[in-house]
Design a protein around this ligand. Structure first.
Ligand code: OVV
Length: 400
């Protein structure tokens, strides 16, 4: 990548949504971090930030960097969104404050902790089967199978049709990028998938004891309208599956390719929790989100105008040598708190307690039963405009 510094702002011609970039983003992240605090991306006419400090500052300053114009490349003020905007992700205060309060309560660590036994039981049962099987696909048989069981169960939706959940998430996360080949492929079967998702968002479709119906209880308390409650169930089904699938897959890959780190974890099971934070830092399942400026702003001496799109490279912030020692080393003993994978500020991931609970259940179960993982073939990536992860991870495990 070449950076043109002959103008008053660093400029790059890189396409961060090309297959080359998405397949190996790290050299490009480094080039963008070194180019300056903010870089003009010529092909899209947008700004990009890749340093930890600037990404963090932008996420924290929601008044300057808004979400209401969409958190993808598309500016909702200039072109119609592909679906009605999310009333939490793609919203600003005061709407965001009201919707966020409801989900913060329903997804609080204390509220989610009641799921711990169920999540652990399901993880133990799945890992028992895979240990027996010995060889399996880490993506289909584990990283997808587990969230696709425990999360919809927790939300309280029917078993029928759950195969629509991954394709819907794939649509949502590709839609934050440009209308490229990845977007078109994800949207190929959009109609029926969207219809199924929306049919699961009504009060009548939800089990009486799940996370979904709790959103409707906020309607009864006067906090939301019935339609808003349905839209927040849609947010659960949009954000809750693919993110954790890619995160668990990336964790398996990190341990399979750094076997000495798995040994460290096995010898110190108290590292299970912290090691997942390191996975999130090192191989961020969510790579990027956009914001849109609401006024002109100076970033390290570069002037950004009003109404401009800013691409925040969460995954590049996670490996910024200004913030991390040995950023390109996967180290389960590291204090990885402060990574940007869940974002931060008012839009920081509201479901992070669920993601952490899933990973603790799975890697707690694996740490008890598995001495080592071995890749039996070449892992293949599944490219996505926002997410980073695998299509297949052929694994063999050595049982304890
Ligand atoms: C964090 C996130 C990702 C994708 C979709 C949504 C949220 C939503 O609210 O729909």
């Amino acid at each position: 990548m070449s950076i043109d510094m002959t103008v008053d702002r660093p400029v790059s011609t890189i396409d961060p949504f090309s297959h080359g970039f998405l397949g190996d983003p790290y050299p490009h992240h480094e080039a963008m971090r070194e180019a300056g605090p903010v870089v003009w991306l010529e092909p899209y006419g947008i700004w990009a930030m890749a340093r930890h400090q600037e990404v963090r500052d932008a996420l924290t300053d929601w008044e300057t960097y808004c979400s209401g114009a969409g958190v993808g490349l598309s500016d909702f003020r200039k072109e119609p969104p592909w679906r009605p905007p999310s009333i939490i992700l793609e919203a600003d205060p005061p709407l965001h404050t009201r919707t966020r309060a409801v989900l913060t309560r329903i997804l609080s660590p204390a509220a989610i902790n009641v799921l711990r036994e169920t999540f652990a039981r399901e993880a133990d049962a799945l890992i028992d089967r895979l240990v027996e099987q010995r060889e399996f696909d880490g993506v289909a048989d584990l990283a997808e199978a587990y969230p696709l069981k425990v999360f919809p169960d927790a939300v309280g939706i029917s078993e029928q049709g759950r195969e629509n959940l991954m394709p819907y998430g794939t649509m949502v996360f590709n839609s934050f990028g440009p209308r490229n080949d990845l977007f078109d492929k994800a949207m190929a079967n959009a109609g029926p998938v969207r219809e199924w998702i929306m049919s699961k968002c009504s009060r009548a479709a939800l089990a009486p004891d799940g996370l979904g119906i709790k959103i409707f209880h906020a309607v009864d308390a006067g906090e939301l309208s019935e339609d808003e409650a349905g839209m927040l169930v849609r947010s659960f089904l949009s954000a809750g599956i693919d993110t954790t699938v890619y995160g668990l897959g990336n964790a398996l890959y990190c341990f399979a390719s750094n076997p000495e780190q798995w040994t460290v974890l096995r010898e110190n099971p108290n590292l299970v929790r912290g090691s997942f934070e390191e996975v999130l830092r090192f191989e961020s399942p969510v790579q990027t989100f956009f914001r849109t400026t609401t006024k002109p702003v100076d970033v390290g001496g570069v002037r950004i105008g009003d109404g401009e799109k800013v691409l925040l490279f969460l995954a590049a912030a996670n490996r910024d040598p200004r913030r991390w020692e040995r950023p390109d080393t996967f180290d389960v003993r590291r204090r990885a708190a402060g990574h940007m994978t869940f974002g931060t500020g008012i839009h920081g991931c509201v479901g992070q307690a669920v993601a952490r609970l899933e990973s603790e259940a799975i890697f707690g179960a694996l740490a008890k039963r598995v001495v080592s993982f071995e890749l039996t073939g070449q892992p293949e990536r599944r490219l996505n405009n926002t997410l980073r992860g695998f299509d297949t991870l052929p694994l063999r495990i050595k049982a304890a």
